[in-house]
Each structure stands twice: as structure tokens, then as C-alpha cells.
Design a binder for this molecule. Structure first.
Ligand code: MSP
Length: 477
């Protein structure tokens, strides 16, 4: 069954609710929002999924610490995430929660199917488990006996588990990657996944006996589903897997799963294998962007350098926050978020470049042409097209740099044409400003996915029949 070509299904990871949303979660979610908005503007039927991962030992532990029942705790946390996304103007179409009834149902159907066809078997697992990571670690991965990421001693887990015949399906996953049915980007990430397959992997466990807060294994209610295995299934439970075949066919396979590289193995290997085993296609693309540091240090509560999105929105506003996060380093690579540089970039790129261009152009149209100008073709159409191509390829950083270049070209054009002199001599001012007005509408359109309010404001201002000087788009901080 082929899908309607005009649909576009994009997802972020569903975030653990043991923590408050931080700028790392915001980074991926803003990126996905930009891509979703770009595809919507192209007339595609878009479904943008984000949500929260609410089961497992780690969440149960956090709920207990907070003195709340897990249910109450996750309900509050999910609202907190939604609130932050609202303040950042995130236009998700669906908020996927793993404690929802439709998710529980889909997970049960999916697991039962694999069990009935013999792809899940019972075995004993002995291993070191880190609750912080919600995954098993090997001795080799420990540093001084501790999990290197969470600095805590892993538990020795010995329990009866159900295992998925991962190794049986791994060759099919490899074939899907080789053939391009499953695209993994950027290239280094694809190589990393192929190297993991080369190294050899083992069947993995899909259940936990010691955990209570989770979705019961349908044929053995003493166990719950391993939190990662059910979390991945949110991408299909949300679109009606097992209960609404038509909806499922409309949206699956997803066009892109977006995430950072630390959870690539789950998405690029475990998840496609589970899907192929269940007779479904793998997602079309997995894009794993880089991990960033804050002022050159790992972001951590202990170091105390965690940036909260609400603090950024308070300083810069939603639109500029979105711009500043995505313009720090190329999308896909690792990078650093430098708080000082963000302020500098706010002034240099936003106030002085784009903001200044908007204000000069509108002021001159008001002053020299009584606010009325006939839009003319400008000479930068190729640059506009390049930005669009970059957006299409998810080169968000490159696209933003392209928009900045257009603004620079616009400002230079004003400097060389000198409309104030043209206005005196009576020659050419309407042509100069006519080209600029078209440029301003183009820039507004290119900016809209990144900065929804600013972009809209620019389009409205410069498409209006009377153009007047407006308040500064980016007031100085
Ligand atoms: N719950 C799992 C995902 C399940 S998806 C089926 C999880 N949650 S998480 O809350 O830890 O979110 C991880 C994601 O947050 C990363 O993949 C990335 O999208 C984002 N980031 C968190 N910190 C980040 C950085 N320092 N840098 C870049 N991305 C960051 O894993």
C-alpha cells in the first residue's frame, strides 16, 4: 500500500518526565517545528508529533521523591511540557503520552503479535542496569564501577525476561539501510549504525519483572514492557496502530524521526527490527542531530549550567530564542551554546541586520512614496531558492545563514542605491524600493518557519497597501 504523497509525518523523541523541560529538549522540538511549518507552507498534510515518555523505574522514583502518585506526577509533568512548547510557539499536531489508553492498547496488540508468531521467548537475564539510562550496561562501559553518565552504581539485575529475536531481523534492518528504504542522516550516524551491526549484537529483552509502573505484558501480567520498547511504539500508537487501519496507512511510515545521536541505536536498530518483525515498514528517515554543551561544559544539574527555555523566552522572546538556538552550530553536528554569543548574535543578526533592514525599508517607503510602492522582481531569487533547498534538506543552520545573507544584501543595496538621493533627483526611488519590498516579503516567508510571529509580521507589513514604519522588530536588550 503506497501512501498519499502529500502527507508528511515528523516526530521528536518523547521526553522523559522525570525532569523539567530544558534547552536540549527545546532544541530538537524547535527544529522539528521549523521543518513541520516549512512542509505545511508547501501545502503538505503534516502531522507533527511530540510527547512524553512516562513509564519506567526512573519516573516512578521521581514521583515518589516528589511525594506524588506516578499518575498525578506524570499528568502534571506532561502539562508542564505542553506549557513550555506553547511559550515557544511549537505547532505540534499531536502530543503523544505513553500512559494514554490508546498507547497501552497498541503496545499490547503489537507485543502479542510478536509473541504469537514466536519472535518473543522467555529467558533469564543477568546484567548491570542503570536506572538513569534505563538500560543495561556492560562492565566495560563503567568508570570506577559507576555509570559514566549518571555517576551512580548500576543495579545487578537477575530476572526472568522475555526476549525479542532481534538477531533474526537484524539482517533485514541492514538491508533496509543499504537499500535506502531506511535513510539515516547525517552520514557519520549511518556509518556508526552499520559499524554496530558489523560488531554483532544480541537479542534484547522486552520486559521487566521488577518494575511496576508500566504496561503489563499481555500474556504474563507479572511483567511490564521494557520502557524503551514501548516508548518507540508511541510513533505508531499515536496514529491508530491496531485500532484504526486507515489512519495508520495514511501516516505510516513516518517521514522522519528526529532526535539527538545518543538514542540512535534504539531508533535505527531496535525500532526498525521490531517493525519489520511485525510486518510493518521501517520509518523512512532517521535524523540524529548532535549533542551540545553549554559554555563548553556538559549541561548538567550538578554543574548548574542547565538553561531553561522559559528563561530564554523571557530575555529574547519566543521567535529570537528559536533563532538563537538553531543558529549556534550546524544542524547535525555537535556544538556549543555560548550564552554570551547569543546576546551578541541577537544584536548583530536580528536587531542590526534584519530589524534594521525592515525599519529602513518601511521608513523610506512611507517617507518617499507615501507608503505605496509597486513590488518588482529583485536580483536575489537564486539566494531565496537556495534557502528553500536547504530547508528541504533539513540544513536549518545553512538556511538561517542564507536568510542573513539576504538581509545583508538588502542593506548593501540600500547603501549603494541611496534612495534618499534618488528621491531628491526623482529618479529610481520607486524601483529601488519596489525591489526591496519584494525582498522583504520573501525574507518574511523564509523566516516564518523559524520565527512565526516575526515572519508573519513582515509579510503583512510589506504586503499592505500602505506601508508605514513599524516599531522595531528586535528591540535592543
Ligand atoms: N524518553 C527517551 C526517548 C524516547 S523516544 C521513543 C529520552 N528522553 S530524553 O528526555 O532524555 O530526551 C532525549 C532527547 O532530548 C535527545 O535525543 C535530544 O532530542 C534532546 N536533548 C537532550 N539534551 C540535549 C543536548 N545537550 N543536545 C542535543 N539534544 C539534547 O531519551
Amino acid at each position: 500500500m503506497t501512501r498519499k504523497p502529500s502527507t508528511f509525518f515528523i516526530t521528536t523523541p518523547i521526553y522523559y518526565v522525570n525532569d523539567r523541560p530544558h534547552v536540549g529538549h527545546a532544541y530538537t522540538t524547535i527544529a522539528a517545528d521549523v521543518i513541520a511549518r516549512f512542509h505545511r507552507a508547501n501545502g503538505e498534510h503534516v502531522r507533527f508529533l511530540t510527547g512524553t515518555d512516562e513509564h519506567g523505574a526512573k519516573i516512578a522514583e521521581s514521583a515518589e521523591k516528589a511525594g506524588k502518585t506516578p499518575k498525578k506526577f506524570v499528568d502534571e509533568k506532561a502539562e508542564e511540557f505542553k506549557g513550555i512548547w506553547k511559550s515557544l510557539d511549537i505547532s505540534y499536531d499531536t502530543f503523544s503520552r505513553t500512559t494514554s489508553p490508546r498507547h497501552r492498547e497498541a503496545v499490547s496488540i503489537f507485543l502479542q503479535k510478536l509473541y504469537d508468531q514466536g519472535d518473543i521467548y522467555r529467558g533469564e537475564y543477568v546484567g548491570l542496569y542503570c536506572v538513569g539510562c534505563e538500560k543495561f550496561l556492560t562492565e566495560k562501559e563503567l568508570v570506577d564501577g559507576l555509570c559514566p553518565d549518571h555517576k551512580r552504581e548500576p543495579q545487578v539485575l537477575k530476572e526472568q525476561n522475555y526476549f525479542f529475536r532481534f538477531t533474526k531481523y537484524l539482517p533485514k534492518v541492514a538491508a533496509a539501510i543499504e537499500s535506502g528504504d531506511l535513510v539515516i542522516e547525517p552520514q557519520e550516524r549511518r556509518n556508526e549504525v552499520l559499524a554496530l551491526i558489523e560488531q554483532g549484537l544480541e537479542d534484547f529483552s522486552v520486559s521487566r519483572e521488577s518494575v511496576k509502573w508500566g504496561i503489563p505484558i499481555p500474556w504474563d501480567k507479572k511483567h511490564v514492557c521494557y520502557v524503551w520498547v514501548e516508548a518507540l511504539q508511541n510513533y505508531i500508537s499515536d496514529i491508530g496502530y491496531g485500532v484504526d487501519p486507515e489512519m495508520f496507512r495514511t501516516w505510516w511510515p513516518a517521514d522522519v524521526h528526529l532526535m539527538a545521536k545518543e538514542i540512535l541505536k534504539f531508533h535505527a536498530l531496535f525500532w526498525p527490527a521490531l517493525l519489520i518483525a511485525a510486518g510493518e515498514r521501517p520509518p523512512q528517515k532517521i535524523f540524529a542531530h548532535g549533542f551540545f554543551t553549554i559554555n563548553n561544559q556538559k549541561m548538567s544539574k550538578t554543574i548548574g549550567n542547565v538553561i531553561r527555555p522559559e528563561a530564554m523566552v523571557k530575555t529574547f522572546g519566543a521567535d529570537a530564542t528559536r533563532y538563537l538556538l538553531l543558529s549556534q552550530f550546524p544542524f547535525g553536528q555537535d556544538g556549543n551554546i555560548d550564552e554570551k554569543r547569543m546576546r551578541e548574535k541577537y544584536h548583530a543578526d536580528l536587531s542590526n541586520n534584519i530589524g534594521n533592514l525592515v525599519s529602513r525599508t518601511s521608513q523610506m517607503i512611507e517617507k518617499f512614496l507615501n507608503g505605496s510602492v509597486r513590488p518588482l522582481k529583485h536580483a536575489w531569487e537564486k539566494d531565496v531558492e537556495t534557502v528553500r533547498e536547504k530547508l528541504q534538506r533539513m540544513d536549518l543552520y545553512g538556511a538561517l545563514a542564507g536568510v542573513m545573507k539576504l538581509a545583508t544584501l538588502g542593506n548593501q543595496f540600500i547603501d549603494t542605491e541611496k534612495p534618499w538621493i534618488q528621491a531628491k533627483s526623482g529618479a529610481g526611488v520607486d524601483r529601488t524600493l519596489g525591489k526591496l519590498v519584494t525582498l522583504m516579503v520573501d525574507v518574511g516567508k523564509l523566516l516564518t518557519p523559524f520565527m512565526p510571529s516575526i515572519g508573519e509580521r513582515m509579510i503583512q507589513q510589506f504586503q499592505s497597501s500602505t506601508i508605514i514604519k513599524s516599531d522595531p522588530l528586535f528591540p535592543r536588550l
